[in-house]
Design a protein around this ligand. Structure first.
Ligand SMILES: Cc1ncc(COP(=O)(O)O)c(C=O)c1O
Length: 415
């Protein structure tokens, strides 16, 4: 048996793998530079006088086949724009998964609504539609569905419950660009779709986001106004109809976004084919890749798998340390070693001054159901899931080395 790199043996991965952190794992080049040059030479860095933001939005809307696309400064901003569009009453409840980025939760709290956590399906790690119904109360207004790891959630089951209870559905596609569910693009199945273009995402503008929808005035406010200070600019003049932040994307980001959008399908296809290759190479190695539902196209933000803790002689944390030593860019548990409700912002209600809002608002249940919910599957997933950072530049040779590294560590630690 080969000596593990963590014990002083040779690394299974000979030279560093491409990473999303720099040019090695990103497709940024002359197209982006050309677009940026145009913006700089125009002297217009803002949507107010430039044309790139509008162009990026139109192209994104066309790709997704939707009426409205609003570009914003981050994925968190896109979700806040969607929650602001819904305009919940303070204390209203929004159902979310505990396995997502805090950027899915912050917008709920920022709008003084209450995130209510619904446990995940152990195999897909997406919100478990069968557990939705039990979490609904008279105060429930919406569901934020994250397609975790680029892996589409069970939208038919979720929409069935949502429609029956008249709930608004926001799809968080920050990790799921061009993912599809039964032939439909994720982000177009619910009422609003939200995207992130942060550095690690399938396409990037450094930071950035997009909100898409086929509707634009359901709750008495337009989607675009919700990221633009409540300003109805199409009417001319200055006005501010309601409380909303400024989440504009700059022309510089939009310029990069246009160039990235042209490459998006290719980049997603590359992520998919290398991920499926890894799954094939891991067959028989007794690791379990996260389940992908039939009739879906998963687009692999991370490559994730689990190992039965009873099958290995070390903790999963030590298993991950050994993989890192072999040269794999991976970590244990997403969004960390614990679900989101265990972080101080929720656990200790560290929100607005010392008020504890929205938890302390009259009529809001300020206790275990909201702040220490029981989500045993999410708890387990966080300490058992190995997450490998993925990108479009991983070749077949890289994947073969990753598979060899996993097999090497797996057999060294076999029980
Ligand atoms: C599922 C999910 N939702 C929301 C966000 C927030 O996006 P951003 O970091 O661009 O604000 C992220 C970013 O990692 C994410 O992965």
């Amino acid at each position: 048996m080969k000596k593990l790199a963590i014990d002083g043996g040779d690394k299974a991965i000979i030279s560093p793998l491409p990473t999303f952190r720099d040019a090695s794992g990103r497709s940024l080049g002359s197209e982006e530079i050309e677009q940026l040059k145009e913006v700089i030479e125009s002297g217009s860095l803002s949507f107010l006088s430039g044309s790139k933001t509008g162009e990026f939005e139109r192209k994104f809307a066309t790709l997704y086949g939707v009426k409205t696309a609003v570009s914003v400064s981050s994925g968190t901003a896109s979700l806040h724009t969607a929650v602001s569009y819904l305009n919940p009453e303070p204390g209203d409840e929004i159902l979310v998964s505990p396995i997502t980025d805090m950027g899915s939760i912050i917008p709920i709290l920022a709008q003084l609504a209450v995130p209510v956590f619904v446990d995940v399906d152990p195999e897909t790690q997406n919100m478990d539609a069968a557990k939705l119904e039990a979490a609904i109360t008279s105060r429930t207004k919406a569901i934020i569905v994250t397609h975790i790891y680029g892996n589409p959630a069970d939208m038919d089951a979720i929409m069935e419950v949502a429609n029956r209870h008249n709930l608004f559905v926001i799809e968080d596609c920050a990790q799921a660009h061009l993912a599809t569910y039964k032939g439909r693009l994720c982000g177009t199945i619910g009422h609003v779709g939200c995207f992130s273009f942060q550095q690690s995402k399938h396409m990037t503008t450094g930071d950035g986001g997009m909100v898409i929808s086929n509707e634009d005035n359901r709750f008495g406010r337009e989607l675009r106004q919700c990221s633009d200070k409540g300003w109805p600019r199409n009417k001319g003049g200055r006005d501010h109809l309601f409380l909303a932040l400024n989440y504009h994307m700059t022309e510089l980001q939009a310029a990069v976004g246009i160039a990235q959008l042209h490459k998006l399908q290719k980049m997603v296809d590359a992520r998919r084919s290398s991920a499926f290759k890894l799954t094939e190479l891991l067959e028989g190695s007794r690791v379990t890749p996260t389940k992908i539902l039939p009739a879906t196209t998963a687009t692999f933000f991370f490559y994730t798998f689990r190992i039965n803790p009873e099958d290995i002689s070390v903790s999963t944390a030590d298993f991950v340390k050994a993989l890192v030593a072999e040269g794999i860019d991976c970590f244990l548990g997403y969004p960390g070693k614990m679900p989101l409700y265990r972080y101080p912002v929720i656990k200790d209600a560290l929100t607005f001054g010392s008020s504890g809002f929205p938890y302390s608002l009259p009529g809001v249940e300020n206790g275990a159901r909201h702040r220490q919910p029981s989500c045993p599957e999410a708890e387990k997933a966080c300490v058992e899931t190995v997450c490998i950072w993925w990108n479009e530049c991983l070749t077949r040779e890289h994947v073969e080395q990753i598979a060899a590294a996993i097999r090497k560590v797996r057999s060294a630690y076999a029980r």
